[in-house]
Design a binder for this molecule. Structure first.
Ligand code: HEM
Length: 536
């Protein structure tokens, strides 16, 4: 290729690299279009017309761009050059997309930390940290704002963003309403709603116990938590326990959205493009339909979350808009169904896999609750369930339902010292993976990978480590789980009821390996967990 085309093509590619380095693209389709258009425009402006010219200019343009980006990302001038990590991760986000799509991101991050230490570079502009001091500075009271990944929680159709996607003052204002909605007083109303659903679960599970058929308990916990969240968010909407499945495909659409978020987490500028896919819209259509139904139904006898999010008590000077409430109610279903159901499934798996511990937890429930009714009518005795609580803590430690979450972002103009030795520039994405933190022997020792509920109950000794500050299944700081207390009640009530009512065993050898099928798609997903249950 002659220099009259070669030089301008190379310069154009380098200029593109320089521009994108300063201004990260926000939407894949526009960025791609702009890139694809440039080489042909250049060829035409140079007065050329032949196909060979078009092909060569394209080749040189994209090869130069790729080489320039790769060289810079691996060079000692890159601001994250001194942070160790895999080469492919440093060069391209495609590495993270591949890892994310495999569903084993949680395992990969843990292995990387074992190999490289507390701070690992996991993307051209992204790091992962697991030492507790850094975790505090990222998530603590003066922590970082959420990274670009969380932009997916804005709904272009409603023109608003749900709580999970908000930052700064906007987040604090909305969170105040959530916190009021999750007060001890509100919890009483929610418990009535929860108790009805748990009681119904038991009537459905009794059918399996009586027939002796195996039951996919993971699916039934999903039905329970989805039905419950539907009640909370929109005063109803899901009847998955009644239908023994996802009749309308709404849950599946939601699940697809969450899975896609794994890819988007790595390349957030793909979101506006993926957002155009009709299946992704299905869940939003459901939310709009339920909103109409909820508004037509009026107040419920027991106040649901909708009541509080709408500020029907009139505490706020400026009332939340309907769009904000709809998007937060939809968030309730996303955030509150798979998280709790995976925790409950992991709990059942841990019980059956550890018969001695199972027997102790069951005995404790039998002492606290003389009959099943007392379990589902009130939660006053939850404080007495010390061993069961320790079992659930251990479940949440080993199998956190949000294993690596989305990254936070180093504030503009304020580089940070991370892991005590690395200066990290503004806008760097920082991931804080609970799965790896919970399984580090620096935080939980001995046997950080073992199921040992007693570690939460034994008096502390020098030979053991139980780092409470490193326990973060509900995340930490201002944007931690808004429904942590409700989730605990749900876990304790359901776990107590299951222990009280049934004896459980694995229905097939594959079930013994079930935890190895847990995948990390921001929330977790796993195979069927088939068990046999019999009435006690
Ligand atoms: C065992 C059950 C649960 C676990 C382990 C859990 C865990 C978490 C985690 C780790 C986060 C932070 C996510 C992030 O930073 O990306 C979060 C946020 C959130 N969770 Fe939960 N969650 C559970 C149940 C629930 C339930 C039942 C609800 C709904 C009623 C809920 C509502 C929320 C909301 C609204 C947020 C966003 C908070 C904010 O950004 O201020 N969660 N949860």
């Amino acid at each position: 290729m002659e220099s009259d085309r070669l030089l301008p093509t190379i310069l154009l590619a380098l200029a593109n690299h320089l521009y994108c380095n300063r201004h990260e693209p926000q939407a894949a389709h526009t960025a791609l279009l702009v890139l694809l258009l440039q080489p042909p425009v250049l060829v035409l402006s140079l007065g050329r017309r032949s196909l060979v010219d078009f092909a060569l200019v394209n080749l040189v343009f994209f090869a130069t761009l790729a080489l320039s980006i790769t060289a810079y990302r691996l060079s000692p001038w890159h601001p994250l050059a001194n942070i160790p990590g895999p080469y492919m991760a440093k060069i391209t986000k495609l590495w993270a997309v591949k890892v994310g799509m495999s569903g084993y991101r949680h395992h990969v991050l843990k292995q990387l930390h074992e190999r490289y230490g507390d701070c690992v570079r996991i993307g051209p502009n992204e790091i992962s940290v697991i030492n507790v001091d850094s975790v505090k500075s990222v998530l603590g009271p003066r922590g970082f704002q959420k990274g670009q990944f969380y932009n997916i929680f804005s709904d272009p159709n409603l023109g608003t963003t749900n709580l999970l996607g908000l930052r700064g003052d906007a987040h604090a204002n909305r969170r105040r309403i959530w916190n009021r909605g999750m007060s001890t007083e509100s919890m009483k109303g929610f418990e009535v709603i929860l108790a009805k659903r748990v009681a119904f679960l038991l009537t459905r599970l009794d059918e399996f116990a009586k027939s002796g058929q195996k039951v996919d308990i993971a699916a039934w916990f999903t039905y329970l938590t989805s039905d419950f969240m539907g009640d909370m968010a929109f005063g109803g909407g899901f009847e998955m326990m009644r239908d023994a499945g996802d009749k309308d495909g709404v849950y599946a659409a939601n699940k697809l959205g969450v899975k896609l978020s794994t890819i988007i987490a790595q390349v957030p500028w793909l979101w506006p493009t993926i957002n155009l896919v009709p299946t992704v819209q299905r869940f939003r259509v459901f939310a709009r339909q339920r909103t109409k139904a909820r508004m037509a139904a009026g107040p419920k006898s027991h106040r649901d979350l909708w009541y509080h999010l709408m500020d029907e008590d009139g505490y706020e000077k400026v009332k939340p808009t309907l769009a904000e409430v709809v998007s937060d109610s939809a968030l309730t279903i996303v955030a509150g169904s798979d998280t709790s159901s995976m925790a409950l499934s992991s709990f059942v798996w841990c019980m059956i896999s550890n018969p001695d511990i199972y027997a102790r937890a069951q005995a404790e429930v039998d002492v606290a609750y003389p009959d099943l009714d007392s379990i589902i009518t009130h939660s006053k005795k939850h404080g007495e369930l010390k061993f069961l609580t320790a079992c659930l803590q251990e479940v949440l430690r080993l199998f956190p339902p949000v294993p690596s979450a989305g990254p936070r972002r180093v504030p503009a103009g304020d580089p940070q010292l991370i892991a005590g030795r690395f200066f990290v520039p503004e806008h760097t994405q920082v991931c804080v993976p609970a799965w790896a933190i919970h399984r580090s022997e620096k935080n939980f020792y001995p046997s950080p990978e073992g199921f040992d509920p007693d570690r939460w109950l034994r008096p502390s000794t020098e030979a053991e480590t139980l780092n409470q500050a490193a326990f973060m299944p509900f995340s930490l700081g201002a944007a931690n789980c808004a429904a942590k207390n409700l989730a605990w009640r749900e876990l304790l009530m359901t776990a107590s009821a299951i222990l009280k009512q049934y004896d459980m065993s694995f229905a097939e050898p594959e079930a013994e390996q079930w935890v190895h099928t847990i995948k990390d798609f921001y929330l977790t997903d796993a195979d069927e967990l088939n068990i046999k249950i019999s009435l006690r």
